[in-house]
Ligand binder design. Structure first.
Ligand SMILES: Cc1ncc(COP(=O)(O)O)c(C=O)c1O
Length: 385
C-alpha cells in the first residue's frame, strides 16, 4: 500500500549499530562528527534570541507567499553587506534549505528528470531527490593540489532530462569554493543547455582564506536558484529559517518567480514569530561566525601539529566550511576503519564513503568539535596508524 519512492532500506548500517552499542554500554566517546552548533559549546546571546521571538506583531496573520517583507529586507541586507544587490521580490523564505531544494525540484522537474550533484558531497540529497521523484546524477570533484570540478565529466553527465546542476559553495565536506573561472564555465554550460544552477551557500560565510568568495545570489549568467539559511550562518538550526533566491535572464526569472509563488502560496510554511525574528537572528551571525572561524582555525592548527609527527596520514586542502578530510592508509574499507577506530580508540569519525568518496582511505572530521575533544580524538585516531 506504500509508494515505491518510500521503499528505503532503513536498516541501520554496521557503523551506526556499533555506535549505538558503544553508547548503550556507557563507554567514553570522543565524537569527531558533531555538526549541531547548538551542542558545541558556542556562546549565544540568549536574551536577544528569545526576545526576538516575542514580537507582538506575531499575533496577526499576514500571509505572503514570499514571506514577510521585513524578513526579506534583512536577507537582502545580508547580501548588500557582501556587495550583492538582491531584490526583496526575488527572495522566498522557507523553513530550511532542504525545503528550498524541494521547491526548486518541484519547479524544475517532472518525475524521472535529472539533477546533477557533486561527488563527494553531503548525503542529504538522496532523500530529497527520492521524495520529489528526481533522479540524481553525480559529477566528480577532483583533488589535485586543491579541489576542482571535473567539467569534462559534468558535461558528459548531462542528458536531455537534466534540469539542474547543484553546486555547493563551499562544498561539504571538501570545503571547495567555486572559483570565478568555474562560475563562468558553469554559466556557459547551463545557459547553452537551458538548465538551472542550484547553488547551496549554507557555509558561504565560513571561509578560511582572505578573499571573499562571490555569492551566486547575484549571478545573471544562467538561470540560478541560490539557497541559504540561518542553520549554519547564525548557528540556529532549531529556528527553521532559510531562503531561496531566484536570479538569471529576466524572462526566465519572471516565469520562475510566478511558478514558485504558487508553490509557496500553497504551503505558507514559515511561521510568523520566526519571520519577525529573522532580522535579529541574522544579527547573531557576526558573533557566531567569529567563534566558529576561531575554533576551526585552532582545530586545524592542532591537526597540522599532530600530522607533522606522522608520515602515513595527511589532510586535504580546505578553503572553508566546518570539515577536514583526512587521508589515511587504505588498509581496509572506510566503514571497517571507522568501526575499528570506535571500538579500539573510542573515536567517532565519518568514513569517506558516507560522502561518496570514490575510494577508501578518507575520513571526515568536524572542525567545530570542542577543542579538547578534538585534540584528544585526533591523537587517538592518529595513534591507530
Ligand atoms: C551543504 C548543506 N546544505 C544544506 C544543509 C541543510 O540545511 P538546513 O538546515 O537549512 O536544511 C546542510 C546540513 O548540514 C548542508 O551541509
Amino acid at each position: 500500500m506504500f509508494a515505491k519512492r518510500t521503499n528505503w532500506n532503513l536498516a541501520p548500517n554496521r557503523l551506526s549499530q556499533a555506535l549505538a552499542a558503544h553508547r548503550a554500554a556507557g563507554k567514553p566517546l570522543l565524537d569527531l562528527t558533531v555538526s549541531n552548533p547548538t551542542e558545541c559549546g558556542f556562546e549565544y546571546d540568549r536574551s536577544a534570541i528569545l526576545n526576538a521571538l516575542g514580537n507582538p506583531a506575531a499575533l496577526s496573520y499576514e500571509p505572503d507567499p514570499r514571506g514577510l517583507e521585513s524578513a526579506r529586507r534583512a536577507v537582502a541586507g545580508y547580501y548588500a553587506g557582501r556587495n550583492g544587490d538582491v531584490s526583496v521580490e526575488d527572495i522566498f523564505l522557507t523553513t530550511s534549505t532542504s525545503e528550498a531544494y524541494s521547491y526548486v525540484f518541484r519547479t524544475l522537474c517532472d518525475p524521472g528528470d535529472e539533477v546533477l550533484i557533486p561527488s563527494p558531497s553531503y548525503p542529504l540529497f538522496d532523500f530529497l531527490a527520492d521524495i520529489q521523484d528526481v533522479s540524481l546524477v553525480r559529477y566528480p570533484l577532483l583533488y589535485d593540489h586543491g579541489w576542482q570540478i571535473d567539467f569534462h565529466a559534468l558535461e558528459q553527465a548531462i542528458t536531455p532530462r537534466t534540469r539542474g546542476v547543484i553546486i555547493v559553495h563551499p562544498n561539504n565536506p571538501t570545503g571547495h569554493f567555486a572559483k570565478t573561472a568555474e562560475i563562468a564555465k558553469l554559466n556557459s554550460i547551463c545557459s547553452a543547455r537551458e538548465i538551472a544552477l542550484i547553488a547551496d551557500e549554507v557555509f558561504l560565510d565560513f571561509r578560511l582564506e582572505e578573499n571573499r568568495p562571490a555569492s551566486f545570489a547575484t549571478n545573471r549568467g544562467a538561470p540560478t536558484f541560490t539557497l541559504s539559511g540561518l542553520s549554519k550562518i547564525s548557528g540556529l538550526p532549531q529556528m527553521k529559517a532559510a531562503w531561496l533566491i531566484v536570479g538569471g535572464p529576466p524572462q526566465w526569472k519572471c516565469e520562475a518567480l510566478a511558478r514558485l509563488e504558487v508553490i509557496t502560496d500553497t504551503y505558507l510554511s514559515v511561521n510568523a514569530p520566526v519571520q519577525l525574528a529573522i532580522p535579529s537572528f541574522l544579527e547573531q551571525r557576526h558573533a557566531f561566525r567569529k567563534q566558529v572561524i576561531s575554533r576551526v582555525r585552532r582545530n586545524l592548527a592542532e591537526l597540522d601539529r599532530q600530522l607533522a609527527m606522522r608520515k602515513t596520514c595527511s589532510r586535504l586542502n580546505i578553503e572553508g566550511g566546518w570539515c577536514a578530510v583526512l587521508r589515511v592508509p587504505a588498509t581496509r574499507s572506510d566503514e571497517d576503519l571507522a568501526i575499528e577506530l570506535l571500538t579500539t580508540q573510542g573515536v567517532s569519525v565519518h568514513p569517506g564513503h558516507f560522502y561518496e568518496f570514490p575510494m577508501d582511505g578518507y575520513l571526515v572530521v568536524s572542525l567545530i568539535t570542542p577543542e579538547r575533544t578534538f585534540a584528544e580524538g585526533i591523537g587517538r585516531l592518529l595513534s591507530f596508524f
